[in-house]
Design a protein around this ligand. Sequence first.
Ligand code: UFG
Length: 331
Amino acid sequence: MSILVLGGAGYIGSHTALELVRAGESVIIADNLSTGHIEAVPEKAKFYEGDLHDRAFLDSIFKNEAIDAVIHFAAYSLVGESVTDPLKYYGNNLCGTKNLLDSMLANNVGNIVFSSTAATYGEPENIPILETDLTLPKNPYGETKLAIEKMFYWTSKAHNFRYVSLRYFNACGADKSGSIGEAHSPETHLIPLILQVPNGKRESVSIFGTDYDTPDGTCIRDYIHVTDLAQAHMLALEYLKNGGKSSVFNLGNGIGYSVREVIETARKVTGHPIPAVEAPKRDGDPARLVASSVKAREVLGWKPRYDSLEEIISDAWNWHRSHPNGFAENK
Ligand code: UFG
């Protein structure tokens, strides 16, 4: 298959592109490199630099390459920024994806796997969260992802178009090779921030909120290895290729860990005391987010391989320790 990976120079996109290359697929990556890294693009993938808003750019890729399906990661994904600058998120995530759909339909490409998020649920009604649970996002980031899912739904009713939307919980870890990993600027995610301490980049890590209604008072999340997410994208492509119906799937391990447990595990993995400082709650953080991924397991045949938090953090540490400055190594 020839797969167009939009946003394939980003964290989850590059790990998925690498797994596709390893599986012998023909991979074409398009990325505007606004947050992605050219160094994360696999050697065997073909790369186009350009933007989702540029219709001529997208059309030219579909004209030049015989694309069978698209995987779409290209989006802004900072929850806090989406609250202060919502139109940036609506403009890029929603309008950009509308442009992509126009181009796909015009070029007769009818299959897409989409990078969605647990943020579509907002404050969950039930734990573990099912795909059929209420979706009530608490920020513009989640709203734009949900709006895109709905745009896909209505487009699939009207046109020869099918989609799989994958709602990730907390993506983390890094490829076992240590050659690619998480490198955001600014970094907002818990595990890379924790690992900045043993890397000598910060003195301590903050714990955002200690009086949540959880056993140790800190937020609980479902941490899922980025390589397991990558596998789910490959299975979703296969599912669409075999005529599967448009659908939405949660992707998580189904195991919740508190912020304190994550820090404790990182201490064990790194052998560093990693001082933690209690800090106020971060606006909009739900107390618990844990996925039911039964549907992905049953329908896609997805089996996450890395359900040990220690192994996930160990893979993340392998990357961060060898790339303390991310891809800008030794600069
Ligand atoms: N946290 C801290 N200290 C930090 C950073 C984070 O205590 O320095 C806490 C957060 O409050 C949260 C947990 O660690 O309880 C995880 O935070 P992350 O920022 O790593 O991840 P989120 O759960 O906030 O975000 C993830 C995805 C988002 C997605 C969101 C859905 O990264 O893209 O889940 O709610 F929108």
